[in-house]
Design a protein around this ligand. Sequence first.
Ligand code: ASP
Length: 605
Amino acid sequence: MYRTKTCGELRIADVAKVVTLCGWIQKIRKMGALTFIDLRDRYGITQIVLDESKNPELLKTALGREFVIQAKGNVIERSSKNQNIATGEIELEVTELNVLNAALTPPFTIEDDTDGGEDLRMKYRYLDLRRNPVKQNMMLRYGVNREVRNYLHDQGFLDIETPFLIKSTPEGARDFVVPSRMNQGEFYALPQSPQTFKQLLMVSGYDRYYQIVKCFRDEDLRADRQPEFTQIDCEMAFVEQEDILQMFEGLIKHLFKTVKNIDYTEVVPRMTWDDAMWNYGNDKPDIRFEMKLQNLKSLGKVFADVLNQTDFKVFNDAETVIAICVPNAAEYSRKQTDELIEWVKRPQIGMGGLAFLKCAADGTFKSSFDKFYDAEKLKSLATFCNAKPNDLILILAGTEEKTRKATSDLRMEMATRLGFRKPDEFKLLWVYDFPLFEFALEDQDGGGVGRWVARHHPFTSPKPEHIDIMVNNSPKVENLEKYLEHPYAQIKANAYDLILNGNELGGGSIRIFQKDLQQKMFEALGMSEEEANHKFGFLLGAFEYGAPPHGGLAFGFDRLCALLGGSEIIRDFIAFPKNNSGRDVMMDSPSTIAEKQLKELGLKG
Ligand code: ASP
């Protein structure tokens, strides 16, 4: 037997026992005849002592950091106790020591606060995984996985595996493809999600399905994206939106309770997509704090009288003018407002400037556009924005989409600066009634003359009251500039996203389950009948054999783990992640393959 106890296990009650431990040497300290070693394994650290005066043989073997050793000895009470670790009251007085394997000096210290940079730690990820913070993340991930399974199992869901080698049916992103050796010139694709399979399972009658499953998307990477990632993928039959929202709100609340010991008893608020865009400027608002967008003038919907009585061109000429009231910031200095102006001018935000209005505690106003607005107008602007004394009103003006996004970014930035994004506060939110379509003026590869694309995916159903609009109108857009006036722009989807603190945890929809409507959808997306049959004939066929009404959703498992772990960096919660360029720097993949392999695959003559 290699070991009788682990390094996290021994307590004062074990004193006088003879035990054997195995582990890695974290630290060696020599003090006269005594050598102290911190021995580490997955479970913790135990101090072991080699006493040269009692057992000189022990020190004949060379030892070093990260050597793997086996130590047998007596558990004794420590004279100076360490209250910081669970085993801190005892130590192991070693009588027998075996080096199981030597180790090179690690390229960075295996400590909570390591001296290793990101790249180095990724290259030696197997060493990084030995560190406590990373280990905690892996344990949390496993805990979340287990509790997801417990909850869904208790609700009668079945975990059913679906294939990884499938047909290329892009769902929005590019597919990763795999050449087939046995069918040369043909390719499998790796699934972007098991979407069509889970719908087929509904047709088969497995009315509650789930899977914690790898998905693959060949997208340009952003900091928090991985080309392969994990979803909690779910589908239910004979349900309406309400059933799904309740079931999965329940799942997340269960995770809060079991993983974080938080009783999340509040009802999760719901917000339409229109309201989210109007009040927060984006579809995944962080509602831990207010600072809602005040639309002074937006596509003609709101028009504050004050605006058109002045000569301030910046506001007058803009398509959209949006303000936010930053609480208790009226005292911002010139330097601080100048810095905010620079912030909105950064290329990532891309605005030309920022106007501000300080609402002083004594009821007076001072703005960056005093030249154009007298005291009374400033006051009515402040009133329109619901500003309170001491608020700093920040105002952006420009084209609709850009200004809305910029104001939303500014809102988040101010919240971060002012400490409103509290890491220990969790606020869930459902956003629903998304538009069914988006209008893409260009295709992914820059071609095309503008067409409708599915905002979620092509299997999402329109809201029942909007089905007629879709069926009774041609998708053709005559005037590209006025696509917003096309009836299709008004169609809302039976789709929903669950948001946590401004992050999308997941989303889904009630699906189309009638062949005709699904065909109409493919047509709306610009697919010919032939193309639709070639790509999705199997699904259209299945809909002819008794498809029940169904719907579902998927959560991003990596992100969920990160957020429950108090982080937004999903890489830290994946054992072997890719870097920002989609590379595995440890294995050094992707990599070239041998000529012989290329030939076998028919990729080279
Ligand atoms: N398959 C969808 C996705 O990956 C989720 C869903 O609609 O269930 O986003």
